[in-house]
Every structure is written in structure tokens, then in C-alpha cells.
Design a protein around this ligand. Structure first.
Ligand code: SIN
Length: 315
């Protein structure tokens, strides 16, 4: 039997694929559909302390065969909404672990939300989003290494439940070294790499205009175009992080081969964003069958047999 199961921080998941925060996970209906699907877990839309409308439309634009550009600006129903959902789900399915994403626009907001979660009965994973590129006037924390250190220092003074961070893509090996040296100091359960490639610009030559309204057209790129950057970040972190920190690989997954490549680079779990937006929950059936077919062809029966085993020309 070919198994797609995985484990992170001592929790097991029967499928190593799930949605990425922001995509079809903003309300109860979306989350119920994920629960009913073949995804191994779900992550909720990144929450702020209060409900947020996000940026003005148009704020997302499809790039055929390439992915998408978005500047959503964290539209969400507020932490209470998602915390209620995950706690309720925990009562219904006590053996399932899921991910609650939080993305405060200040350190104070993040600490307040994590205090609330710490004091709640929720015992699943929290994904602290340090990488949203789309809130005007709020730079991505993940690019300010001192600030990342300060945030994690403050968080781990009181937070004792399983926590991971969602990172932006890095583009220089010295930055992989620097961020890994910081992350390795903390009892993180996982890191999720990558968020969208932030502050890109797509131009419509017909109208001679940008394609999204917020931030003068600047937005994050997701989907097929970002796969090489995502794989580099998963691999770069896998080579540097201590083994207790699992890697969730996100970026550019449209096929089972893409999932296979993320796992080869070191991912224990993968998240699908843009393409899940296009296909809906049926994507988890398709990708599961495609990944199983590759594993069968290669004689692998479970993902640990090839996870992190990418070869280079020096091997
Ligand atoms: C958004 O809501 O702008 C996207 C969230 C993110 O990129 O973290």
C-alpha cells in the first residue's frame, strides 16, 4: 500500500497535502469543504484581532499558466471566528490536527492573539504569518531579521503550544544562513516556506495599466511561476534548520510531480494555494493520485523514503 501520510511535531496526517492560508478558507463553508475533502489538514485564513475588509478591488488577477498576482490585504473574519471554528472542530474530531493562521499587523496584535490562543482550549498548530506583503505601510517582518528574533523572543516567553512561522521567500544564501540561525534558537514545530513573491508588478499592455488596484498595482505572485523559488527555499531551509523543525513547502504546486519535488527538497507537508483556488477541493484527489502514481513507479511506499533526499552533482 502506498501511503501519503506524514507527521509533524508528533502529530500524524493521513495526507501530506493541504490548502495554503488565504485560499478558500475564509469562512465556515470553505473550511467545512476542506474538512470533507481528501486534504490532510486545513489552515484558516490569516486572522487579525478584528474582522478586516482588506484592500479595495480588483485585488487578485489570474495569470494564465503562470499563477496569480494578489494584494488582498488580509480580509478575514477576526480571530474569534477562526478560534471558535477550530475549537468546535477539535470537539468533533479530537484526533485531527489543523492549522490556525494569525497575521497581526503589529507585534502587539500578534502577542495579544497568541495570548488568547494560549488561554483557549485549542491545542492544534498555529501558523504565525510573518510574510504578508500586502498591508500598505507594513513591511514584511520576515525580511527584518532582528524583528523576527524579537517577535519569537516575546512569543516564546509565554506560548507553549505547537507553533510555526510562515516565511517570505529569500533570494540569497546568506539570508538562508541568517534566518535559519535565528529560527534554530526557538522551539518551533514547523516553518512554512514560501509566501507569495511580494511586490511584483503585472502590466496590461492593452490598457497600459496595472492589473490590481491596491498599492499602485504591486502585489504578491503565487502559483506555477514561483515553484523554483519555493523549492530553493524549502531546500535551503531543510539544509540549515535543526531536525525538530519540520518544513511545510508552499509554492507553485499544480501537479503530483510538484508535490514530489517539494518533498524531495525536504517538505514534510505541502500547501496548495493558487491552483486550489482554481480547482477547489477536487485538487486533493487529483494530486493524491498523481503522487501515488510517481511513488509506485519509483517503488516508494511512503514519503519518508525520499523526503529531503534530493541529489546534487556533488553526491
Ligand atoms: C493577503 O491577504 O494579502 C494575503 C496574505 C498573505 O500573503 O500572507
Amino acid at each position: 500500500m502506498t501511503s501519503l501520510a506524514t507527521s509533524i511535531g508528533g502529530r500524524t496526517f493521513d495526507n501530506c497535502m493541504m490548502n495554503a492560508a488565504g485560499i478558500r478558507c475564509q469562512n465556515k463553508k470553505d473550511l467545512d469543504a476542506l474538512v470533507a475533502s481528501r486534504a490532510g489538514a486545513y489552515v484558516t485564513k490569516s486572522a487579525t484581532p478584528q474582522k478586516r475588509a482588506g484592500n479595495p478591488s480588483p485585488r487578485m488577477h489570474t495569470l494564465p499558466n503562470k499563477g496569480s498576482i494578489n494584494s488582498m490585504g488580509l480580509p478575514n473574519n477576526g480571530l474569534d471566528y477562526y478560534l471558535d471554528y477550530v475549537v468546535d472542530d477539535q470537539h468533533k474530531r479530537p484526533d485531527a490536527t489543523n492549522f490556525l493562521s494569525v497575521a497581526g499587523t503589529s507585534l502587539e496584535d500578534n502577542l495579544a492573539m497568541l495570548h488568547q490562543i494560549q488561554e483557549s482550549e485549542y491545542h492544534g498548530f498555529v501558523e504565525l504569518n510573518l510574510s504578508c506583503p500586502n498591508v500598505p505601510g507594513k513591511p514584511q517582518v520576515g525580511y527584518d531579521f532582528d524583528r523576527v528574533n524579537e517577535v519569537l523572543d516575546e512569543v516564546f516567553k509565554f506560548y507553549t503550544k505547537p507553533l510555526g512561522v510562515k516565511l517570505p521567500p529569500y533570494f540569497d544564501l546568506v539570508h538562508f544562513d541568517q534566518i535559519a540561525a535565528i529560527l534554530n534558537q526557538y522551539p518551533l514545530t514547523f516553518v512554512n516556506s514560501i509566501n507569495s513573491i511580494g511586490n511584483a508588478l503585472v502590466v496590461d499592455p492593452q490598457t497600459e495599466r496595472v492589473v490590481i488596484r491596491p498599492k499602485g498595482g504591486f502585489g504578491g505572485i503565487g502559483g506555477a511561476s514561483v515553484k523554483p523559488t519555493a523549492l530553493a527555499n524549502v531546500r535551503g531551509l531543510a539544509l540549515r534548520l535543526k531536525p525538530e523543525i519540520a518544513i511545510v513547502g508552499t509554492g507553485g504546486i499544480t501537479t503530483g510531480v510538484d508535490v514530489f519535488e517539494h518533498i524531495l527538497c525536504g517538505a514534510s507537508m505541502v500547501q496548495i494555494g493558487t491552483q486550489f483556488g482554481y480547482e477547489g477541493t477536487a485538487i486533493f484527489d487529483r494530486l493524491a493520485e498523481e503522487l501515488k502514481a510517481i511513488m509506485n513507479q519509483k517503488g516508494y511506499t511512503n514519503i519518508t523514503e525520499f523526503r529531503g533526499k534530493l541529489k546534487t552533482f556533488d553526491d
